[in-house]
Design a protein around this ligand. Sequence first.
Ligand code: ATP
Length: 291
Amino acid sequence: MRDLLGEALRQSGAWGSWPEPIVVDAVDSTMRTMTTLAHDGAVEGQVVVARSQTAGRGRHGRTWVSALDQGVWLSILMRPTVPATTASTLPLVVGLAVADALGREWGLDVRLKWPNDVVVATIEGDSANTDWTKLAGVLAERIDDGGIIIGVGINVSQRRTDLPSGATSLVTYARKFSPAKPVDESPVSLIVRTAAAVLVEVSSAYRHWVSGAWMIDRYRQQCVTIGRKVQVEHIAMSQVRNERIQSAGTFTAVDVDAAGHLMVRDDCGAVHAVTAGDVTLTPSCPPGDAR
Ligand code: ATP
């Protein structure tokens, strides 16, 4: 797999001076492997791809299911020198790049649930009621030397029953919703093709972002959370209008600001910024009742 992935990245012509990815058969977690490599002096752009993870993790230490040769499980080391206000958008930059790459490579309409769950529609409907299921997730962790490790997990060929509820894989979804495009490549070929497309897009978006040219607008367009009623938990609200809200609750998501915070409106009409937290889409109000 290492040779195939290295070749695909070289052929893209867009990988630039970033090093060739390290490909390993099995690790506990690519985040942990990359942390060790970073402490040992790994340079920006180093990627670790694992064929399987025994203890893959998502946000807040949650488990990320990462079966052998059924998905893209990787971590990337970044060492951006950008202001703190800009740094907070990096997970969104990577999430959007992953969604863009998957959408293009697989011919699917791939979107984002704030902050960076990469999702596809399972039930078509008006935008306030569409149901979304998770194809991929993105995780960002700062390490003590100031670097940031980005984790990306993409489900490629699992069956629905091998995944947690609310998740799907590219093959399963494409078979159901785009049957005109048969998916008959080998699992490894699918993984290499998908990983290469995503890595090229992430590296290009990252360079764009570091140069200061990345704008939040396209993220907003692709974010399915905006306009929806949301349940917010483990809340961490920033101060807006000198208020600090600590309790979880139901809000209407109205925007994502330039720093990447989710702007939500409460029942009294006050708008607050969610800087971190768990946000669940809830069934929408009848038309005309949305705030
Ligand atoms: P949520 O997806 O519930 O909004 P989150 O964004 O915090 O939560 P992550 O941290 O990205 O989620 O991922 C962890 C969660 O994703 C787990 O709690 C589990 O429910 C789900 N999960 C685990 N493995 C997979 C997978 N391979 N594909 C999709 N979802 C997964």
